[in-house]
Design a binder for this molecule. Structure first.
Ligand SMILES: [Zn+2]
Length: 398
C-alpha cells in the first residue's frame, strides 16, 4: 500500500517540457501560451517556452510528448476516516485510487463515518484535532488530505472554536450533520468559526442517510457558510426555485458533487452562468458515501458539466482546480509561479472521437491520466483507473 508517499530529499528541480496544452486553472485565462514548466523544491519557478526557460540543474526531466498539463485536481468534498481506509463501504486504498483519477488535494467535509463517532463536545473536538494531525502526517499516495472537520453540536460555545483553531483545525464539517440544524444556531457558530479562521460548509438538501435531516434554502442562507455544500443535494436536491434563491441570495461557493442530483447540478451551473458567477462553482465527489467511492468522480463531473452543461472544457477544469483553490485559500490549483507543483498530465483517451483532449471532454468522454505529480515529485505514471491516454509523458532524465 502506497501509504508513505515519497518525500523530497535534498534540493530538487523538475522540468516538464514539450507540453502540448497548458491549462492554468484560472477562468480569466484558462489556457497558457507555454510549453515548459520548472519547479524547484516543490514550487513552480518558471512557466514559458523552452528557449526562454532555464533548465540548468534539473534533477528530473519529463517529456510531456505533446500532452496536456493541468493543476492537480481538488476534491472539495470527501469524508475520510483514518488512513487510506473507509468503513462506509469497507474499502482500502480509496485515496490512492483517487490519485489515479488526477486528484492531488482533498477537503474533508467531516469525518462522519468514524465508527462510534463521539458527539459530545470534548470528544468531537478531540477527534477533529486527531484527524487534522493524522492526515497532515500521512499522505496516502502523496495526496494532500485537509481533514479535521468537526461536526458542530448545539452545546458548543465560542471558546470551543477558539480552542479548535489554536490547535490547527481549519475546517468545519457539514453543518446539519450534527445536532445544529436551525438557521440561528448555525449562523452564530459559523460566525465564531469565521472569527477564528475556520472555514465552513453546510449539508444542502434532503437527508443523505437515515439519521441526517433536511436543510432547506432558509437555513442555508441564514447559516451563511463559506461554501454551500453539495447544492445539488447529497443525493436529494432542493427544488429548483430554492436552488435559484440560494444562488441569488448569497455570494458563497456553489459546490456540485458527483454523489448528488446531476440534473440539479446542471440547473445550478446554468443559473450561475446567467448571473456571471461561474467563478463560484467548485466540485467534489461527496464520497465515500452510500454511492461508494468514485476515483474518477472529479473527471466525470468535469466531463458531465462540459458536455451537458455546454461549458468549454478548459473552464470546467477550473471548477476543479483554481476556483476551489481560491475559495479555500489553498496554495495549489493554479499554474502560477510560487504555487505548489501539483500537476495532472492527461491526453484524450484512446479511440475517443474527440480530436483533442478538450474536444473529447466536450463530447462527454473522460481523459486518460498519464502522470500525477505532487510537490514536484512524480507520484504515478499511467493511471490504473482512467481509460488509457493516447500519448503519455515520459521521465527522460532523473
Ligand atoms: Zn452532506
Amino acid at each position: 500500500m502506497a501509504h508513505d508517499a515519497p518525500q523530497a530529499t535534498g534540493p530538487s528541480k523538475l522540468v516538464i517540457r514539450n507540453i502540448g496544452l497548458l491549462l492554468s486553472g484560472a477562468m480569466e485565462r484558462p489556457i497558457l501560451d507555454a510549453d515548459t514548466i520548472t519547479a524547484e523544491n516543490g514550487r513552480i519557478t518558471a512557466i514559458g517556452h523552452a528557449k526562454d526557460v532555464d533548465i540548468e540543474g534539473a534533477t528530473t526531466i519529463i517529456d510531456a510528448h505533446g500532452t496536456t498539463v493541468a493543476p492537480g485536481l481538488i476534491d472539495s468534498h470527501v469524508h475520510p476516516v483514518a488512513g487510506d481506509w473507509t468503513p462506509r463501504q469497507s474499502q482500502i486504498n480509496w485515496i490512492d485510487s483517487y490519485l489515479h483519477g488526477g486528484v492531488t488535494t482533498m477537503i474533508s467535509a467531516g469525518e462522519v463515518h468514524m465508527p462510534g463517532r463521539p458527539r459530545d463536545v470534548v470528544g468531537l473536538k478531540a477527534m477533529a484535532i486527531f484527524a487534522q494531525r493524522a492526515f497532515w502526517t500521512l499522505r496516502p499516495g502523496g495526496v494532500k488530505v485537509h481533514a479535521g472537520a468537526p461536526v458542530i453540536e448545539c452545546e458548543m460555545v465560542e471558546d470551543d472554536f477558539r480552542e479548535l483553531a489554536a490547535a490547527g483545525v481549519k475546517l468545519l464539517g457539514e453543518v446539519g450533520l450534527g445536532g445544529v440544524k436551525d438557521g440561528p444556531t448555525a449562523r452564530k457558530m459559523v460566525g465564531w468559526a469565521r472569527k477564528y479562521g475556520i472555514q465552513s460548509t453546510i449539508h444542502t438538501g434532503g437527508p443523505s442517510i437515515p439519521g441526517s435531516g433536511l436543510i432547506d434554502k432558509d437555513v442555508v442562507l441564514e447559516a451563511d457558510t463559506d461554501v454551500v455544500g453539495h447544492i445539488n443535494g447529497g443525493h436529494t436536491a432542493l427544488p429548483d426555485d430554492q436552488i435559484r434563491c440560494i444562488c441569488e441570495g448569497c455570494k458563497r461557493g456553489l459546490e456540485l458533487v458527483h454523489n448528488g442530483n446531476e440534473r440539479s447540478a446542471l440547473f445550478t451551473l446554468r443559473t450561475a452562468r446567467e448571473m456571471g458567477d461561474l467563478s463560484r462553482i467548485i466540485l467534489g465527489t461527496d464520497a465515500p458515501a452510500g454511492s461508494g467511492v468514485q476515483p474518477l468522480g472529479i473527471l466525470r463531473m468535469v466531463s458531465m458539466l462540459s458536455s451537458l452543461g455546454e461549458v468549454p472544457a478548459e473552464i470546467a477544469f477550473c471548477f476543479a482546480t483554481g476556483n476551489t483553490a481560491r475559495m479555500r485559500a489553498l496554495d495549489c490549483g493554479l499554474i502560477e509561479v510560487g504555487r505548489a507543483a501539483d500537476f495532472v498530465i492527461m491526453d484524450k483517451a484512446q479511440h475517443s472521437p474527440g480530436k483533442t483532449l478538450l474536444d473529447s471532454v466536450r463530447l462527454g468522454d473522460l481523459p486518460g491520466v498519464g502522470m500525477t505529480i505532487i510537490d514536484g515529485l512524480v507520484r504515478t505514471q499511467r493511471s490504473r483507473n482512467t481509460p488509457p491516454a493516447t500519448n503519455v509523458p515520459e521521465i527522460v532524465a532523473k
